[in-house]
Ligand binder design. Structure first.
Ligand code: ADP
Length: 453
């Protein structure tokens, strides 16, 4: 970054605060491994390690028509999934908006709304629902304490949801009740975490898939665990060797032991609707990265080191600096950073910006983004070492806009893995973009659940 001495000094100082050294990475992986073990041993651990009740792996030969429903991301999605075998599938889907009123209102209203969306989808798509119940895989991407493949109580809301009358309740029963009230012949065959869905969707195509990861609005991961290692399992004998475990890794380091938090992270956390929870998620995922960057920018503005000390009504608003803007800014290869100028001046209405201002903004996005990727690598590294996949290798299925669109995110994650395990890891571990976890994945799981003995 060019600019005055004061500007350089401030930016370098902040950049240092966001650095995650190789040594830090190792410390984080070590703690992560301990937390994985704790979560497998007992209920109620920080990294919850929730058995998904999904046993066995897909073969790609599964066939049949299933419904899938996805709540927990930006939109509510309803899909009709046609499994055709030979790893082939067709999916029809429709998206519905979930308003903030619904996200923070009564759970019953949210369930009724979901039922209305399913009803309208079935009406429009003319699905034949008369002769028998349609089987539905319900992707519900929040921490759920599962007691069966189609039973689970909500432990905690995350990602901006905060409905009343849901925590401690079985979300499948609540939604199935709404379906019944509206005379919908739809049976919720499985409740699915999006990470497990992503793992199964990718497994339908690639048998080496071992882990499913979300890097979108939030972040989380699932992987196949050996039954004998799930020490807390108390649902009776199971005669399969492994089960997908939903880690709920977004809660990692809620105790603030190993990840260094900057004042910009602490401000974000304090102002969030779930302070002190989901710390790891808040440093990594799309809902939060823009807000961390905004906090840094405001700090620089307040010290008159950026935009000549002037902000805008827009930039002053919480959440106004979207993570997607960071992608645009980091990808900006124009000489005068005109794409960055567009974001700052046209979208966010900053009165004027100099080239140096824009370089500083780009730099800020870069260190927030690089840190997110490196911290993600620590989580991947913990699972790879836990499962002895460093030598053997595997495919990691990843879904989410941050992974898909954020410049260099995948490369920065791989760089972190190389620092941890050496360069050869690149030839062993493959990242695979898996977009259809909550559609294909949920359908495969609904099928497995419905056909289970
Ligand atoms: P989901 O809500 O199902 O996780 P996505 O994977 O699309 O859906 O994630 C949405 C999140 O990704 C939002 O928080 C948004 O800020 C962020 N996002 C959207 N577009 C981009 C982009 N181009 N680059 C980085 N982040 C993005």
């Amino acid at each position: 970054v060019d600019g005055s001495e004061a500007q350089k000094e401030a930016v370098n100082y902040i950049a240092k605060e966001f650095e995650v050294s190789t040594e830090n990475l190792r410390t984080i992986v070590k703690q992560f491994n301990e937390d994985i073990d704790k979560g497998l041993q007992r209920h109620g651990a920080t990294v919850a390690m929730i058995p998904s009740f999904v046993q066995g792996r897909p073969t790609g030969q599964e066939k049949g028509k299933y419904l899938a429903l996805d709540l927990g991301g930006t939109n509510l999605r309803v899909c009709e999934v046609n499994l055709l075998g030979d790893s082939k599938v067709t999916i029809h889907q429709q998206k519905f908006v979930v308003s903030n009123e619904l996200k923070t209102g009564e759970m019953r209203h949210l369930c009724d709304y979901i039922a209305d969306c399913v009803d309208s989808f079935l009406t429009e798509n003319g699905s034949d629902k008369l002769d028998s119940d349609l089987q539905l895989g319900f992707t519900f991407s929040f921490p759920v304490n599962q007691t069966a493949i189609n039973r689970g109580t909500l432990m905690q809301w995350t990602k901006g949801f905060d409905c009343h009358g849901a925590i401690g309740k079985d979300v499948v029963i609540m939604l199935q009740d709404s379906f019944r009230r509206k005379n919908l012949n739809v049976n919720i065959a499985a409740i699915v975490n999006d990470t497990v869905g992503t793992l199964m969707a990718n497994g339908y195509r690639d048998p080496k898939s071992h882990m499913g990861v979300i890097l979108g609005t939030g972040t989380n991961a699932a992987y196949y665990e050996k039954m004998e290692k799930i020490l807390k399992w108390d649902h009776g004998e199971i005669n399969v060797p492994e089960m997908a475990v939903n880690m709920e890794w977004g809660a990692f380091d809620n105790e603030r032991r190993v990840i260094h938090l900057t004042p910009y992270d602490n401000k974000l956390d304090r102002e969030s609707i779930n302070p002190r929870f989901q710390i790891y998620e808040k440093l990594i995922s799309g809902m939060y990265l823009g807000e961390i960057a905004r906090n840094v920018l405001l700090h620089l503005i307040d010290r008159t080191l950026l935009f000549n000390g002037l902000s805008s009504i827009d930039l002053n608003k919480q959440w106004s600096f979207e993570t997607a803007y960071m992608s645009t800014i980091e990808a900006d290869a124009t000489q005068d950073l005109s794409d960055t100028q567009h974001v700052l001046e046209s979208i966010l209405a900053i009165p004027t910006t100099t080239l140096i201002d824009r370089q500083i903004v780009k730099k800020v996005c870069e260190f927030v983004g690089v840190r997110a990727a490196r911290l993600s690598a620590a989580g991947l590294g913990a699972v790879l070492s836990h499962c002895n996949k460093v030598e053997e290798g595997c495919t990691i299925a990843i879904d989410g806009s941050v992974f898909e669109f954020y410049p260099n995110f995948a490369d920065n994650m791989m760089a972190g893995l190389k620092e941890l395990f050496g360069d050869q890891i690149e030839n062993k571990v493959k990242f695979s973009l898996a977009r259809d976890g909550s559609g294909l994945g949920a359908a495969v799981i609904a099928m497995m659940a419905h056909n289970a003995p």
